[in-house]
Design a binder for this molecule. Sequence first.
Ligand SMILES: [Zn+2]
Length: 172
Amino acid sequence: MGVVAFWHMVKLEIQTGENNSILRTESVPVKAFDKDLKKLVKDMKETMLKADGLGLAAPQVGHNLRMFVLILDFKGEEQRVIEMVNPVILEHGEETGVAEEGCLSLPGLYAKVERWNRVMVEFYDVGGVRQVLELFGLDAREVLHENDHLDGVLFIDRVKELEEEEEGNLVL
Ligand SMILES: [Zn+2]
């Protein structure tokens, strides 16, 4: 990541709370790849880094737009911060993994969440160029977590689903 000058970085206000209406609204596609979008992407990247997050979706900073930023290859040598505008999960593998997640919008909450281990995601960069990436493991998990934010879904919802399944198993 190099040396990051945190002291002059923007930090946007982060929406919090399980029942926050902005977090629970389905976001709309980005229509204009203009300078407002460029500024929002830049400010969101800075806010994410300053808050020690691995990802940040536009609704989390008060904009119901289908866009998020994230750190890919967080534990590897090709760590990079990118934006995904109007992302679509094109396909996923059949294998899932379970790992603990948290969220900048739900401070102090952590829980194990089951997600697909491999996804193929289509998106546009801030310049409007279409890209397709195949991502695995933590990268795939991040994309799925952030993409959920665009549909008003929080990770705790997925935990509830798992718990409900477990209760179903007990009945048997
Ligand atoms: Zn989140």
